[in-house]
Design a protein around this ligand. Sequence first.
Ligand SMILES: Cc1ncc(COP(=O)(O)O)c(C=O)c1O
Length: 392
Amino acid sequence: MSSLQYDFNKQIHRIGTSSIKYDRRKEVFNTEDVLPMWVADMDFETPDFIRFAIIERAMHPIYGYTFRDDSYYEAMIGWLHRRHGWQVQKDWILYTPGVVPALNIAVLAHTDPGDKIIIQPPVYFPFFTAVENHDRSLLINQLLLEDGRYRMNYNELEQQAKEARMLILCNPHNPVGRSWEKEELQQLADICLANDVLILSDEIHNDLVLPPNQHQVLAALSDEVAGITLTAHAASKTFNLAGLASSAMIIPNTSLRQQFEKQLKAMHIEMGNLFGFQATQAAFTHGDEWVDQLLDYVQKNIEFTIKFLKEKLPKLRVIQPEATYMVWLDFNAYGLTDDELAETLIHQAGLGLNRGSMFGPGGSGFMRINLACPMKIVQKALDQLVRAFEAI
Ligand SMILES: Cc1ncc(COP(=O)(O)O)c(C=O)c1O
């Protein structure tokens, strides 16, 4: 283990950098006077080995047409093997300009208008639009909240799978923070295999599973499961590179891959962004120690939050995350409408969070808070939250 200590306490001024999280507060919350703890990017600096890789390439004065050379693929393959025990072949990897675009491309490539696609809300809201924007229809397999932990509703899933063409899985799950266990994923995969349902597994949060939980790559369960699965993967969430719009779709099944690639090529978006490749390659080559330290820091923010809120706001239920730097907060015991809850958070607590209702059925009365920021900011946010809610 290296002795290098990365500094996650450093506060970085982001206002005026065209940051959605900071510079779009007025549009979203109707005021700039909120601590922004919404959009899923981090307030930690992208590590120096990534910044230097970008700068080094930027120093060359020509940014012409480029391609991803072998070292990009080797870095990604090495990372997936080292960190997730998944052996991927180079030709399974297709570049995509972001995971959300990739989900949309997959819907277009692998389903037809009118087809039914299963999603499991409360879930990342672009899953809804990836289906509905292309005139496919949603089958809502809502997660069940039992004793403070979310589970899948397999009975309902078994029925829905009979008429579905595809399922979009969030693995690990945003916003409820579940790191799905092997047995849970196997049960889901068995249902999909039995009913000929393709699985689109969004694994963008795969590196952000909090120990002792461990990420299970769905496609790594078996060759059979790999044969029906498309896996979305990226360095962007892990290393704070969302602005570079780079990701990959990994598809072991040749005919599924060809179908996806045909759609990608038809749109002429397979070339990608030069700086995205540089950053991804550097991240997956040098990033192990940084991610370990990041998870350690985020874990402490989460532990602090849970303990503090349990003590000060016992009415607020905090769902223990097993993955991601987001925490799912259950305000239902306060008896407020979603609008009243949002108003109180914005105007009384001075906090800009994501409304639970935007994640679909099961989200009402919840809020999602982003804890990927220096602990001092977390403490400030929680003090504001307590002051606003202790009297309610
Ligand atoms: C589950 C999930 N998928 C995809 C994304 C965004 O992916 P991209 O920025 O690569 O489109 C996010 C961002 O929060 C996410 O939580």
